[in-house]
Design a protein around this ligand. Structure first.
Ligand code: ADP
Ligand code: ASP
Ligand code: MG
Length: 416
């Protein structure tokens, strides 16, 4: 007997944002289930809920522990999965809601950014064998001491792809409030258009450079386990974007997408004696304090001194600055300068591998727009620049126009 088609679907916050939306999602799942598929559904918290819980925690305590915060945040997904299972029952669909510790999704103990180590799918397999839809809470897991953990913002994407890998699903569908992966965020650039296909590597870059349509770890899982991922609208049945292994023709496209990040900050340690161990003396304490460093540039030294500049997420700037000021004296630096509001804009495309001149063209486009570049970083398939945060939208527009152009059939599905 041939195996049934196995589908993992993930519904994001907006897609389960109200009782009406939850009932509509249940009706969509019913169709798949009635057609004889084995369906596991991963749900995010209802839109806004994770932020509301974070705000609630900060009203109670300015410094909640990461463990209790995870315990609190995980409740958002507990609510949405239970409601979705109820809505399915109402439509006569057998369904079982499962929390992270029930599935079971085992993670390490890094609260707030836990990594999935393994998934024991026996409970989900049992549900399938009994003809049930497994409704799995996104974003949460359990560590070896049975503490509840969460996977970082946007982590339900990762739950879904990891579950699809563990269940050897035929497809992982990410159903969201836009109709697929666009050339850039359609909410800030009218000219953005939906891509039919994109390679794992390009999607990895876009996700890591700010395109929040997929959490980066979900793309890492998809690539490692060759999970076909289909990002599409939760509001209609139109084809979205397939994330797939690289195809030869993809190298013909110079730039597939433009990504951006607005909430970054830049810190410079000025005039430090250029000696071995300098970088380690700055960045080891930073990593011990859990500060994630993004871009780093060290100037060519003059008269034995150099400047060291790096960027961090805006949320981390206060702790990063404190650490750097502490180090500045020890290493004999002349001073510390911080810019609290910078942004980063990146162009990504497999075609860059074989074409020189993309960087030059990017810098020219920005220069013609009067946008000053503060830092630059490149890899095989991307170029990123740090600019003033206020210029980010304009930079995205000009780079999209210059590299990708306008598509007349632009459409942004969803309600936002
Ligand atoms: P969900 O709640 O479904 O997980 P998210 O808000 O996390 O949805 O991600 C979808 C959002 O990602 C879209 O509403 C869009 O504004 C944003 N986004 C950023 N970059 C892109 C892109 N390149 N393509 C599509 N959406 C993008
Ligand atoms: N609810 C979590 C968040 O808001 C996880 C997710 O939606 O993917 O980040
Ligand atoms: Mg998301």
């Amino acid at each position: 007997m041939s195996r049934k088609t196995r589908i993992v679907q993930k519904y994001g916050g907006t897609s389960v944002g109200s009782p009406e939306r939850i009932r509509a999602v249940a009706a969509r799942i019913k169709k798949l289930h009635d057609a004889g598929n084995e369906v596991a559904v991963v749900a995010s918290a209802m839109s806004g809920q994770t932020n509301r819980l974070l705000a609630l925690a900060s009203e109670v305590s300015p410094t909640p522990t990461a463990r209790e915060l995870d315990s609190l945040l995980s409740t958002g997904e507990q609510v949405s999965t239970a409601l979705l299972a109820m809505a399915l029952h109402d439509l006569g669909v057998p369904a079982l809601s499962l929390l992270g510790h029930q599935v079971q999704i085992s993670t390490d103990s890094s609260h707030g950014k836990a990594r999935i180590l393994s998934i024991d799918v026996s409970r989900a397999e049992e549900a399938f064998a009994e003809g049930q839809v497994a409704v799995v809470a996104g974003f949460q897991g359990v560590d070896e001491r049975r503490n509840i953990t969460t996977l970082g913002r946007g982590g339900s994407d990762t739950t879904a792809v990891a579950l699809a890998a563990a269940l050897k699903a035929d497809v992982c569908e990410i159903l969201t409030d836009v109709s697929g992966v666009f050339t850039t965020d359609p909410r800030i650039c009218d000219a953005a258009f939906k891509l039919d296909r994109i390679s794992y590597d390009e999607m990895l870059e876009l996700a890591s450079l700010g395109a929040k349509v997929l959490q980066i770890r979900s793309v890492e899982f998809a690539k490692r386990y060759s999970v076909p991922v289909h990002v599409r609208s939760s509001l209609d049945e139109s084809e979205g974007t397939w994330i797939v292994p690289e195809e030869k023709s993809m190298e013909e496209v110079l730039v597939s997408g433009v990504a951006f990040e607005k909430n970054e900050a830049k810190i410079t340690l000025l005039g430090v004696p250029d000696t071995p161990g300098l970088a380690a003396s700055i960045f080891v304490p930073m990593s011990e304090a859990g500060v994630v460093i993004d871009m780093i540039v060290q100037n060519v030294s003059a008269e034995g001194r150099t400047d060291m500049t790096f960027t961090v997420a805006k949320d981390d700037v206060a702790s990063a600055e404190e650490i750097v000021r502490g180090i500045a004296d020890k290493v004999g630096a002349r001073g510390v300068a911080a810019s609290p509001s910078v942004g980063k804009v990146s162009v990504v495309g497999l075609g860059m591998r074989n074409h020189a001149g993309v960087a030059a063209r990017m810098f020219k486009l920005l220069a013609d727009e009067g946008i000053n570049i503060q830092m630059i970083s490149t890899s095989e398939i991307k170029i990123s620049v740090v600019i003033d945060a206020e210029s980010v939208d304009r930079a995205v527009g000009v780079l999209h126009r210059g590299f990708i152009g306008v598509d007349a059939n632009t459409s942004v599905g969803g309600s936002g």
